[in-house]
Each structure stands twice: as structure tokens, then as C-alpha cells.
Ligand binder design. Structure first.
Ligand SMILES: Cc1cc2nc3c(=O)[nH]c(=O)nc-3n(C[C@H](O)[C@H](O)[C@H](O)COP(=O)(O)OP(=O)(O)OC[C@H]3O[C@@H](n4cnc5c(N)ncnc54)[C@H](O)[C@@H]3O)c2cc1C
Length: 464
């Protein structure tokens, strides 16, 4: 069944916003202020940075400036996979900074998944964190070949059975009753969360520690040592830009990040007899191994929240609420979910929404801080930002404070910059061509069972 029209206001942004307490915007900035650190954007990146700054030194004065409300962006709307996935491969990280740095980064990403859980618990944030791992299912021979290659690749980097293991079809079925499963892989390094509960809880947590959060305050210009808004100017020694997919809307940064839309849909809470057939008892997150990303989770209230890519990139990196609802893509997502779990036939879908994620030109996230200008940035997570942003915030806080006992500033993503995207219309042509390529590669793999050469060539060209 087609979902009803979305409710209005912030509650209508997503399933997640619709299942938290009412959102009462915090006061806007009312005057010029001066702080030590100004953070632009109250998503995970901005709030984790603020959190680690004041957790390490309660005397640091931090102000967070948010255009709408905390969790308005991708951090409130995502698939809730708190995973150790990273868009740049170990090979790429090693090419840039050496094998040891690449492996250390992956270990830190593993640890960060659990860190999110324990910090949330310590701060009293009930974000429905359940670390049930991630199941990648192979549903055709090409996907099976890729899953095997991925697990073999992890072995070569020194990761063992406890990190990634191959599953045969019956082992997959023991976790989730997915149709046509030929096999798959499992990693414990992923938790399912309620994303809006985490980001809203983080905003409360930083406030309790003395950070000032100004909502409904858009930064119109972000410069060295100052953030200019229509309500006043924030002067600060350090300025953190944490606007991810919205970065192209900030003056002078149109080509820094391409905003790509990822869309989601959710079912009504399912009855126990349906869950008995689907499984996912530990809330293991799931996907199959297609090229055009899909992702799903069993929510604490017994729904399936399911999303994927495939929405078009919009000319000149435009972002708009209009792009968050695309009937064609939402229908495709519902169809794919029914293919995965035919038992869902006839179920009601209650929510459909979307949001933008930030893709840098080289698909390699970055964390950087320029000591001379005081300007800092973290992002470009290409859709793997839930746990990654927590590590980014910890790293930025260490860089800004100049106190880095864990040597986070030497990680492969630290201090690097992706080059800008091409001007239009090349950007539009290029980004949408990649989506079309992935769609047709999946179609051909489903038909022939053979890995798509075109898709492999793309990943190889990217250095993956
Ligand atoms: C539908 C969807 C599903 C996803 N699923 C997953 C997943 O399952 N797992 C995963 O790891 N990642 C996922 N991601 C990606 C992940 O959600 C993001 O990488 C992450 O939330 C980025 O956090 P952020 O704080 O950097 O950006 P955001 O959460 O987007 O925050 C940026 C904030 O900046 C504010 N802002 C913008 N412009 C201004 C301005 N001028 N002045 C002040 N404030 C401004 C925005 O309102 C917003 O609140 C998904 C993304 C989407 C869209």
C-alpha cells in the first residue's frame, strides 16, 4: 500500500522524527557573540566535535549554529547503521599513508561502533543501540563472487573470522529469511540505532556540558574566525564547518561536495508471526551485495526501515525538500524489500522520506583543521557517516585543542582535501551517469550471474 501524505513540520521529516518527542526549536542567535569554537551544523559531526571538545576541557566555550534544528539533516533521517564501513578501501588508504595507518584506521572504526553505544549509554541517550552486526547477502552468482572477494581481501589485511566471515545459504537463512540467498558475509561491527534519538540526545548532552546551541540560525558566510548569520556574528578562534550534504549551499563551496539523495521507506510494526519468518532477532542490519546501495534494519518497535540510492543528482548541486520524495524511487525500494522478504506482501508502508549525503570528488572522507585560519571541516562520508562522524568529531576536537594523545591527526583521512567537483554540466552528467551505470550493472548481474565489467572498471578507476 502507498504511504499516506507525510505529517507536517519537523515530525514529517522521517519515521525517526515521527517517533520522538515533539521538537521545540531552541532560541536563535540574538546578538553578536564570541566563543572559542563555533560549529556550523548540528548533525552528528558538529555535535560530536562539540562533545569531545567540552568532555576534554569543560572550560572551552563552544557555540553550535544550526539552520533548522539539531538532527534536521542526514543525522536525523538515516538508515541507522552505526557501522565500521568506510567509503575509501584499505588499499586506497594504504596507498596514501601506508599499510599500518590503513589498518589502524579500520581498527579505530571498529572501536568507534561500540564507543557510540557506550557514550550514548553514559549520557543517558536511549538511541535503541543494538550491536547485532551486518549481514550482506549474495542473491546471484556475481554477488557471491564479490562477497567472497571482500572477505578474502579483509584476510589479507589481517582481519579474522571475528571481523568478517563467509556464510553459506543456510547460515544466511538462520539470520534472515531473505529470498534467493546463495550465501553471504557477516561482520559484528555494526549496530542498529534510532538515528534521531542519537542526534537529539547528543544536542541535549552537549548543552548539559555548557555548549550553546542556536537553532533556526543559518550561517550565511563562514570565514576564518567568524560565522556571519542574519541574527548576528559569531567570532571564534576556530570555526568548524559541519554541513555535509548542505555544504554546496554555503558561500564559496558549491563544488566542494556533491549532495546525493538517499531515500527511505518504513513498514508498519509487523506481527510476531511475520518476524518469525524474517528473523533478524538481534536487529542485524541487512543488504544484498548489489552495486546501487540498499540498506535495512529491524527497528525496536518492530518495523523494517529500508532505504537505498537511485534518486537523481540535481543540477548545480541544488538541495531541496522536493528531492526527498521521489515516487519512482520509493516504489522501487518497496518493490526490492518485497523481493527480499516476500512474506511482506500486503504490508502497509507508513513512511517515505529522504535526505542528502555528501560525496567528495574522490569518494574519500576528510577531517582537517588549518591552524593558521582556524577553519576546520569534517565530512564527505558518502553515506557511511553514522559512526565515522563520531571518529571525525573526536579527531577534530584533538586537532583544535592541539592535544592528540592517540595520534588521530596521522590517520589516513586527516589533513587531506579532495579536489573540487567539475563545473556543470559535467558534474550533472558524471554523477547521474554513475547511478545509471550501477543500475544497469545490477540488472545485468541479475540476468547473467556474471560480474559487471563496467562496474568493476569504475571501482578500479576510483582506486578501490
Ligand atoms: C537517507 C539516508 C540514509 C543514510 N543511512 C546511513 C546509515 O545507515 N549509516 C551511515 O553510516 N550513514 C548513513 N547515512 C549518512 C549519514 O547519515 C551522514 O553521513 C551523517 O549523518 C552526516 O552527519 P553530518 O553531521 O556531517 O551532516 P548532517 O546530519 O546533514 O548535518 C548538517 C547540518 O547542517 C545544517 N546546516 C546546513 N546549512 C547550514 C547553514 N548555512 N547554517 C547552519 N546550519 C546549516 C543542516 O540543517 C544540518 O542539520 C545516510 C544518509 C541519508 C540521507
Amino acid at each position: 500500500m502507498i504511504p499516506p501524505m507525510p505529517p507536517t513540520g519537523y515530525r514529517g521529516l522521517s519515521l525517526w522524527h515521527d517517533t520522538i518527542d515533539d521538537i521545540e526549536p531552541r532560541p536563535s542567535l540574538g546578538t553578536d557573540i564570541e566563543v572559542d569554537v563555533a560549529v556550523v551544523g548540528a548533525g552528528y559531526t558538529g555535535l560530536w566535535t562539540a562533545y569531545h571538545l567540552v568532555a576534554a576541557d569543560p572550560s572551552i566555550r563552544v557555540a553550535v549554529i544550526e539552520k533548522e534544528v539539531a538532527g534536521f539533516g542526514a543525522s536525523g533521517r538515516n538508515g541507522g547503521w552505526c557501522s565500521a564501513l568506510f567509503p575509501a578501501s584499505l588499499k586506497r588508504m594504504a596507498t596514501e599513508r601506508g599499510r599500518e595507518a590503513a589498518v589502524r584506521m579500520q581498527h579505530l572504526l571498529h572501536d568507534t561502533v561500540a564507543d557510540v553505544g557506550w557514550i550514548a549509554e553514559a549520557e543517558g541517550i536511549d538511541c535503541h543501540f543494538d550491536q547485532g552486526g551486518y549481514l550482506s547477502v549474495a542473491r546471484n552468482p556475481a554477488q557471491l563472487e564479490r562477497v567472497r572477494d571482500e572477505v578474502a581481501d579483509h584476510r589479507e589485511w589481517g582481519f579474522g573470522e571475528d571481523d568478517h566471515r563467509l556464510l553459506d545459504a543456510s547460515e544466511v537463512m538462520a539470520v534472515a529469511g531473505v529470498s534467493d540467498a546463495l550465501g553471504g558475509s557477516f561482520t559484528p561491527h555494526c549496530a542498529a540505532i534510532h538515528p534521531a534519538r542519537l542526534v537529539r540526545g547528543l544536542a541535549d548532552a552537549v548543552e548539559r556540558r555548557g555548549v550553546v546551541v542556536h537553532e533556526r540560525t543559518a550561517a550565511v558566510d563562514v570565514r576564518s574566525r567568524r560565522v556571519i548569520t542574519a541574527h548576528g556574528t559569531v567570532r571564534a578562534e576556530h570555526v568548524v564547518l559541519a554541513t555535509e550534504g548542505y555544504t554546496p549551499t554555503v558561500a564559496g563551496r558549491r563544488r566542494a561536495i556533491a549532495p546525493i539523495y538517499s531515500l527511505m521507506t518504513a513498514t508498519e510494526p509487523l506481527p510476531e508471526d511475520t518476524w518469525a519468518q524474517i528473523g533478524l532477532d538481534k536487529r542485524t542490519t541487512f543488504a544484498d551485495n548489489r552495486h546501487l546501495t540498499i540498506y535495512g534494519q529491524r527497528t525496536r518497535d518492530g518495523r523494517i526501515a529500508f532505504g537505498g540510492r537511485g534518486a537523481p543528482y540535481h543540477y548545480a548541486s541544488k538541495v531541496s525538500p522536493l528531492y526527498e520524495r521521489d515516487a519512482r524511487v520509493h516504489a522501487a525500494l518497496r518493490r526490492i524489500l518485497l523481493e527480499l522478504f516476500p512474506v511482506l506482501d500486503g504490508v502497509t508502508f507508513t513512511h517515505a522520506w529522504g535526505g542528502n549525503l555528501g560525496v567528495p570528488r574522490d569518494w574519500f572522507p576528510s577531517v582537517r583543521h588549518d591552524r593558521h585560519t582556524g577553519l576546520a571541516f569534517a565530512g564527505g562520508y558518502v553515506g557511511d557517516g553514522v559512526a565515522t562522524s563520531a571518529l571525525a568529531g573526536r579527531t577534530l576536537a584533538a586537532m583544535i585543542r592541539g592535544d592528540d594523545p592517540d595520534d588521530l591527526a596521522s590517520l589516513p583521512w586527516a589533513g587531506r582535501t579532495s579536489r573540487d567537483w567539475e563545473p556543470e554540466p559535467l558534474r550533472w552528467l558524471g554523477v547521474n551517469a554513475v547511478t545509471a551505470l550501477m543500475t544497469s550493472a545490477d540488472w545485468s548481474e541479475r540476468r547473467t550471474g556474471r560480474p559487471s565489467r563496467a562496474a568493476s572498471a569504475f571501482w578500479t578507476a576510483l582506486g578501490q
